[in-house]
Each structure stands twice: as structure tokens, then as C-alpha cells.
Ligand binder design. Structure first.
Ligand code: F6P
Length: 329
């Protein structure tokens, strides 16, 4: 079989080890893997990774050393072209013309929606792998890149806490997450932060100021708040201004972590997830599956229909908000 693989949307740490897993597992069945560069845009442009082998096939030696490399050797993109009504049909035509039998798409919610669209135009097998730092995809406990992004954010918060303590200050740290606050919430709990603001819960400024005053009375001299970029306040700067106006008793500073969270060496959790899902995708293709995403739930590989995983964004992890409240005093 000839299997294409592409990364789409925001890159995430662990995409490279996942590509490695796909190529190595394909070797077991003597399938050929062709890397498609720049996501769906590259598919429309027939932009294939020069694997050095026949027909651009990625050889098992070419993926050596990818376990610890951040980013994606295939590059990624958000393709406006593919989002046009005829995008999936044009992509299907390219896949047929270049004799592909199957396609693996590594990406988040939008990329998996693109994969589903393709299944309606192309007879080949399509398998999705959840790869995004946002953890906004249903059908898996974690998406590839999420564990590393938390680690990056928590490391930054540990450093900010030092200077917050020295200067009796409050830091408002903005993390990524447009629709899903899971990254913000878990970062806040793991970072020992006091307050979090997420897209799923409307922000109540008077209530937060009341909390801050209470913490001040308790003797807390410094503090860290985490804000998801998709929070209804519109980010950390707006949050700081609103809290100032509302009477926050702390002097405040803002740090926007931004794309730093998407880079770096994948942590072991991401490498393991990438290995399980990469090999799982090849096994799924081997078993004739299509239109499904491979996920990892309760330490077990799970195949879910793409329709189901993109139907909505995942909800905040149960009980996590309570943990933050219980620990923040
Ligand atoms: O989808 C992943 C993500 O990192 C989001 O968390 C963030 O909102 C978005 O990508 C940023 O996208 P871009 O790099 O296109 O600005």
C-alpha cells in the first residue's frame, strides 16, 4: 500500500515522533509512506517530502532521531484553499492521480473535519490522529503535544513565581486555547496557581476581585493567574485592565506565552502517545478501517468515527476546577 501522511493546523510537540512511528510500523507490512508537506495545502499542490527513495517514499532510516525533535519535518499549514467547496474533491483527485491507498492526517479539530470531508470524495482509507496542544478533540484522553505544552507553561510559571514572590506581585499568564480551557486549567493546577479563566465559564470580574481581596487578607503576597486566550475577556491584557478597574489589591503584570508552548522537545508522555497512535493508525489501515480517528482512552487504543470526534469540543476535565479552588488558599 501507498500511505500519505500530513500534519495540519498548529504544530505540536510529538508530531515528529508520530511520523517516525507511522513510517517504522509501515515497514512491518512493507507499506510505502509518502510525507505530504505543508498540510492540506501541500496535498493540493502535490508537495511531497523528498524521502530520497523511489516515488518520494520516506525510508525507515530517514525518520531516525525524530523521537526528540519538536515541530514537524513535514511542515504544517492552515489551508484556505482546501476550505473552499471544491477543496476536498481536488485533494481526492491528487491522491488518486498519485496512486495513494490511504491517508493519515495528524491535527486538531479543524484538521480532522478536513479528513472527514475527504472521506466523502475519495475511496481511499482516511485515518486521523489527534495532534494539537489544545486538547480539544473528543475520543482521546490527550492529544499529541498537550503534555509537553503543559510542561512548558508550568516551567514558565515556576520562574514567574520566583519574581512574583520577590516583588509581591501578581502575574497573569496567558496560555493558548481558543475554545478549550483544558490547557489553562491543568496548567493552573500543576503550576499551583490561584485563579484560572477559561472559555467555557463566563468571567465574573467582581467575584475574582473579591477572591483576590480574600487571598490578600489570608496573607498571600504574590499570586499567579492563568488565562486561556479564548476567555471571554479577550486575553490577559484585558483581564488585567478589568481587574485593575474592579479594585484588585495586587500590582499586576502580564506574560503571554503564545507560540512558545508549541515548540520544544516532546516530553516522554508525548513520545509514548505518538508511538501508540502512530502504530495504531497503521494497524487501523491494515484492518481496512477508514473515516476514523485513533485515540488513547484509559491506556487503551480506541477508534472513533471522525463524525463523533469533531461533533463538539471536549469539556473541561471533571473535578479539575474544584481541585484548583481547594488548593489555592
Ligand atoms: O490550534 C493550535 C493553536 O496553537 C491554538 O492554541 C492557537 O489558538 C492557534 O493554534 C494559533 O494559531 P496561529 O499559529 O495560526 O496563530
Amino acid at each position: 500500500m501507498r500511505i500519505g501522511v500530513l500534519c495540519s493546523g498548529g504544530d505540536s510537540p510529538g508530531m515528529n515522533p508520530c511520523i517516525r512511528a507511522i513510517v517504522r510500523a509501515s515497514g512491518l507490512y512493507r507499506h510505502e509512506v509518502v510525507g505530504i508537506r505543508h498540510g492540506y495545502q501541500g496535498l493540493l499542490d502535490a508537495d511531497f517530502f523528498d524521502g530520497g527513495g523511489r516515488y518520494n517514499v520516506l525510508g525507515i532510516r530517514e525518520v531516525s532521531g525524530l523521537t526528540s525533535r519538536g515541530g514537524t519535518i513535514l511542515h504544517s499549514s492552515r489551508s484556505a484553499d482546501y476550505s473552499k467547496p471544491d477543496g476536498p474533491a481536488r485533494a481526492a483527485e491528487i491522491l488518486t492521480r498519485h496512486h495513494f491507498d490511504a491517508l493519515i492526517v495528524i491535527g486538531g479539530n479543524g484538521s480532522l473535519t478536513g479528513a472527514l470531508d475527504l472521506t466523502r470524495q475519495w475511496k481511499g482509507q482516511v485515518i486521523g490522529i489527534p495532534g494539537t496542544i489544545d486538547n480539544d478533540v473528543l475520543g482521546t484522553d490527550a492529544t499529541i503535544g498537550f503534555p509537553t505544552a503543559i510542561q512548558t507553561a508550568v516551567e514558565a510559571i515556576d520562574k514567574l513565581r520566583d519574581t512574583a514572590g520577590s516583588h509581591d506581585m501578581m502575574f497573569i499568564v496567558e496560555v493558548m486555547g481558543r475554545h478549550c480551557g483544558d490547557l489553562a486549567l491543568r496548567t493552573a493546577v500543576a503550576g499551583g496557581c490561584e485563579i484560572v479563566a477559561v472559555p467555557e465559564i463566563p468571567t465574573d470580574i467582581p467575584k475574582i476581585v473579591e477572591k483576590l481581596k480574600y487571598y490578600r487578607e489570608l496573607g498571600k503576597r504574590s499570586m499567579v493567574m492563568v488565562v486561556a486566550e479564548g476567555d471571554d475577556m479577550g486575553g490577559a491584557y484585558n483581564m488585567m485592565n478589568a481587574l485593575k478597574e474592579g479594585g484588585s489589591p495586587y500590582e499586576m503584570r502580564v506574560v503571554v506565552l503564545g507560540h512558545v508552548q508549541r515548540g520544544g522537545t516532546p516530553c516522554p508522555g508525548d513520545r509514548l502517545l505518538a508511538a501508540v497512535l502512530g502504530v495504531g493508525a497503521i494497524e487501523a489501515i491494515q484492518h481496512g478501517e477508514s473515516g476514523k480517528m485513533v485515540g488513547y482512552i484509559n491506556s487503551k487504543l480506541k477508534l472513533s468515527p471522525l463524525e463523533e470526534v469533531i461533533a463538539s469540543h471536549r469539556e473541561l476535565t471533571d473535578g479539575m476546577m474544584h481541585l484548583l479552588d481547594a488548593l489555592s488558599t
